[in-house]
Design a binder for this molecule. Structure first.
Ligand code: FO1
Length: 314
């Protein structure tokens, strides 16, 4: 079975671990969000690609959901001693090596897709990990505070401001001129189904769908999504702040409506939202426990998504 998953960071990576567990024989291609990418200290950092690579490759810092396990922070301390920032974005020594290798290859002219493939040669995530595009796309957020109205990089809003200052707007800068990375459209077209894991529907899944050509390719397939919102709140992260920024209510049903029936064929909601689990504009909605408490629970959720897709596939 050929599966394509559009994935963001922590929630997406955790879901993929369950998907691999329940369908070890499946051929899984992950199209990763690169809108979170940021350049710091002269290095290109790809948080969502790294979170998928480290999580599926066994190197993730499990409780954080990002960065490496068994980290040390000597480089960070030395940079602070030189008062070279930013200090609000924590990079560990092991993680720095990934960004050095990536930047070296990008500077040598390799596209991000080739760099990601090379990094995955080491990590062996068990899926084919493709960036959504090789072109530069960066999510920026317009905020207004006592320093005035300005656009800040998504990471500054997310990490330094904890999404505490309301986003007046969120823009995937460069998305309209970006092309899908090599292999992305082919993988989607060849897929038996596309899965939307419980990633951030705005800055992760939404950004991937904003790359011209990807949304139409996905919409042509059987698509099943997993709600990242349970009982009116995101399980983790701050998807509510992102949804509010685009005028979408923070509910499982509102996210399904936001993705739209042209895109979604099936939608899994948690039992907490079961009361409103009736189908929505032709989207088949099913309620089941969605908390990814451990690998078995996550595998069961992934299995439910595959079963629903099987039910819906023409
Ligand atoms: N998230 C934080 O909340 N604080 C950090 O200092 C931080 C550093 C960081 C470094 C590398 C990396 O790959 C991810 C990092 N993240 C950090 C998480 C990151 O902001 C988010 O995972 C994604 O961008 C959103 O999914």
């Amino acid at each position: 079975m050929r599966i394509v998953a559009l994935a963001g960071g922590i929630g997406g990576a955790r879901f993929l671990r369950g998907l691999l567990h329940t369908a070890p024989e499946a051929d899984i291609t992950v199209v990763g969000n690169t809108g979170d990418d940021i350049s710091l200290f002269g290095l290109r950092i790809c948080p969502d690609l790294d979170t998928v690579m480290y999580t599926l490759g066994g190197g993730i810092n499990e409780e954080q959901g990002w960065g490496r396990a068994d980290e040390t922070f000597t480089l960070r301390e030395e940079l602070a001693a030189y008062e070279v920032g930013p200090s609000w974005f924590t990079l560990g020594d092991r993680d720095f090596a990934t960004h050095i290798v990536r930047t070296q290859m990008l500077d040598a002219g390799y596209p991000l897709s080739a760099v990601t493939e090379a990094l995955c040669d080491r990590w062996r995530p068990g899926v084919r990990l493709l960036p959504m595009t090789d072109d530069r796309v960066e999510t920026h957020v317009v905020i207004e505070d006592d320093a005035g109205k300005r656009a800040v990089h998504f990471q500054e809003w997310w990490v330094r401001l904890h999404a505490g200052t309301p986003a007046q707007s969120i823009a995937a800068v460069g998305a309209e001129d970006a092309k899908p990375a090599p292999g992305v459209l082919e993988a989607i077209e060849a897929a038996d189904l596309v899965v939307l894991p419980p990633s951030n529907p705005v800055v992760s899944i939404g950004t991937i769908l904003a790359v011209p050509g990807i949304r139409a390719a996905v919409a042509a397939k059987t698509v099943v999504g997993v709600s990242p919102i349970i009982g009116g709140a995101p399980v983790r992260g701050m998807a509510d702040a992102c949804l509010t920024a685009i005028g979408v209510e923070t509910s499982a049903r509102a996210v399904a409506a936001h993705y739209g029936p042209d895109l979604l064929d099936g939608w899994l909601v948690d039992t907490a939202d079961g009361a409103t689990a009736g189908d929505l504009d032709g989207i088949a909605v099913r309620a089941r426990p969605l908390l990814m408490t451990d690998l078995e629970a996550t595998a069961d959720i992934a299995r439910a998504a595959l079963d629903l897709a099987g039910e819906l596939r023409p």
